[in-house]
Ligand binder design. Structure first.
Ligand code: ADP
Ligand code: MG
Length: 382
């Protein structure tokens, strides 16, 4: 029986374990937050992420291979782990994916379209970037951001110093920012793929994602009415990225669909919220394929059974019992306390048609207070 070491101990680690147990895999989580919510497997807590900590040596001794559920990990730690044992995806994937500047440079190197941008280190450089790009501009910290945190949309040049003070000066010190042109997109898409050690690759159907206040709320997959050229392009991009990184495991690429084709936003070297639908929606979920890839097992089928939607439960749990009494709702709760902006669980729903999917999702959302209105695919209105 193989034992998987996971850096991080939140809901992604929990779902990795839930998909790994049927494959006779066991789990040990290494938590650096001090607040593990995973609720299963063995757990080691080390809030300093200290490579000298004997608990790290004991953890590495206990597991056969190490992976992670988030990419904001000190490189010193991942490189140390990589020198001792197998780490998948490799440190290079973490290094690139934890820094928006490196990510964008790689997109550009591979000829993958990405918004025009400037890297800036102070308020003056930010102002010069905004003058060049033209408002609106999305300013983001190059590191540490997630769920829309560390971002500021600059709508007029006068807002530059406010933006710098709000995200450039963090309690941890001065941050480098990326200033990006604001993309006028039709909709947001993501493509999730897995690559094995011997360069086999599988790709899931693209998902259409709706965000509210920077947080993902709904993913519909396969993305409705998707042009085949667009989907082929996304598959090519994600495969090129995995190949170039020497990636092993799941890689997620977030994209904007515009009237001129796809524009790459960011990527994550891990299972992704927009892939939770694959648990009920495909024969092999993103979690299972991640484990298969890092364990050297054959990759599983990624075809979608039918139109599927994933609904995030954010901040408050709502009327879960009413949702559970619906015959088509698959409820997943993460064992976390209610808190503003927090991901507490998700619900997956499948249907035979998009129309049926839409009313089922609307029905579920009516039991989730604070959920934004679900309006179906943005592509149906065009
Ligand atoms: N350049 C941009 N133009 C328009 N919208 C953007 C841009 N960058 C980000 N956004 C919006 O903000 C959301 C979060 O930004 P993202 O870069 O994906 O950061 P996070 O790491 O928080 O997911 C995106 O999903 C998108 O809705
Ligand atoms: Mg994102």
């Amino acid at each position: 029986m193989k034992k998987i070491g996971v850096l991080g101990a939140g809901q992604l680690g929990r779902m990795l374990a839930l998909s790994g147990y049927p494959l006779e895999l066991d789990f040990h989580f290494y938590d650096t937050s001090g607040k593990p919510s995973v609720g299963l497997g063995d757990i080691t807590i080390d809030t300093k992420a200290d490579i000298e900590n004997p608990a790290l040596a004991a953890f590495l001794n206990d597991v056969d291979v190490v992976t992670y559920e988030f990419e904001h990990i000190p490189l010193e730690l991942t490189q140390h782990i990589e020198s001792q044992t197998d780490l998948f995806p490799p440190s290079r994937s973490i290094k690139v994916c934890q820094n928006r500047a490196e990510e964008k440079a790689l997109f550009t190197k591979l000829g993958i379209p990405t918004p025009k941008y400037h890297i800036v280190n102070n308020a003056k450089e930010l102002k010069a970037a905004v003058e060049d790009l033209g408002c609106p501009v999305v300013a983001k910290t190059t590191t540490e951001g997630y769920d829309g945190k560390g971002q500021f949309v600059i709508r007029s040049i006068e807002q530059c110093s406010e933006a710098w003070d709000s995200i450039g000066n963090s309690p941890k010190g001065k941050m480098t920012l990326i200033a990006e042109e604001f993309v006028d997109f039709k909709r947001e898409l993501s493509v999730i793929a897995a690559r094995s050690k011997n360069d086999d690759m599988v790709v899931y159907p693209l998902a259409e994602n709706s965000h509210h206040e920077g947080i993902l709320r709904y993913s519909i997959a396969p993305a409705p009415h998707l042009n085949k050229e667009i989907s082929d392009q996304a598959v090519t991009y994600v495969k090129e990225l995995m190949h170039e990184l020497g990636h092993v495991g799941i890689l997620t690429l977030e994209l904007f669909e515009t009237k001129n084709g796809l524009v790459a936003n960011e990527m994550a070297p891990r299972v992704h919220n927009s892939g939770h639908w694959t648990i009920e929606g495909c024969a092999s979920s993103q979690f299972e394929n991640h484990l298969r890839a890092i364990c050297g097992l054959p990759l599983g089928n990624t075809d979608a059974y039918s139109p599927t939607c994933m609904i995030n439960i954010i901040a408050v749990k709502g009327d879960i019992e009413s949702i559970m009494s619906l015959p088509y709702a698959h409820v997943h709760l993460y064992g976390k306390e209610e808190r503003a902006g927090r991901k507490l669980g998700h619900i997956t729903v499948k249907a035979d048609t998009l129309e049926e999917l839409n009313w089922r999702v609307q029905n579920i959302a009516s039991f989730l207070p604070g959920s934004p209105d679900f309006e179906g695919s943005k592509n149906e209105k065009n």
